[in-house]
Design a protein around this ligand. Sequence first.
Ligand SMILES: Cc1cc2nc3c(=O)[nH]c(=O)nc-3n(C[C@H](O)[C@H](O)[C@H](O)COP(=O)(O)O)c2cc1C
Length: 182
Amino acid sequence: VNILAFAASHRPESSNKKLLLNAVSAAKAIGAHVEVMEYEQLDSPLFKDTHSLELPAVIQDFADKLKDIDGLMIASPEYNWSFPGSLKNIIDWLSVIKPSPLANKTAFLLSATPGARGGIMGLQQLKTPLEALQMHVFHKVFPLPHAHQALTADGILVNPEQHNSLTAQVNGYLAFTAALKA
Ligand SMILES: Cc1cc2nc3c(=O)[nH]c(=O)nc-3n(C[C@H](O)[C@H](O)[C@H](O)COP(=O)(O)O)c2cc1C
């Protein structure tokens, strides 16, 4: 299966980017093709619902890339018990393209936060607009609490149980994606 992956953070030391790369390694280890995008590649102006709506080139490029993929892996920070506005902005831009470039694609959602809940509330909310645009969001999400201790500076998951759990979820997600594709 073909997967596109990005972390919704602009920070060079992003915990979400580190967590994402662990999931990407697990996916590649069982033969998935995964392309990682930098979040900057999706930087877009604020969406405004006006008659002179002009699709940004980055959004058109993203929609074109989505044509060739089966699923998206998104690692998202939690901001104020929700997901970042910049990510909602990208989703809103995609929503004006018909048919939905996200339709029938799968999504695997992850989050890393310094807090105790690992961003679970943000992930629950992120599911909603993705499903509105006809994505099949994998039922298991991966919230990583206390991310600054859970990941080394090099981005390795310290706890083998967490590593195994992430690998199992990624395997489940890829099987789900392959089944839908078939
Ligand atoms: C505006 C803002 C709001 C935040 N709100 C939350 C929150 O609700 N829950 C939480 O666990 N962390 C929250 N944080 C902390 C982020 O989880 C933390 O900065 C995290 O490292 C961001 O992800 P990144 O490392 O991938 O950039 C917030 C950070 C910012 C900048």
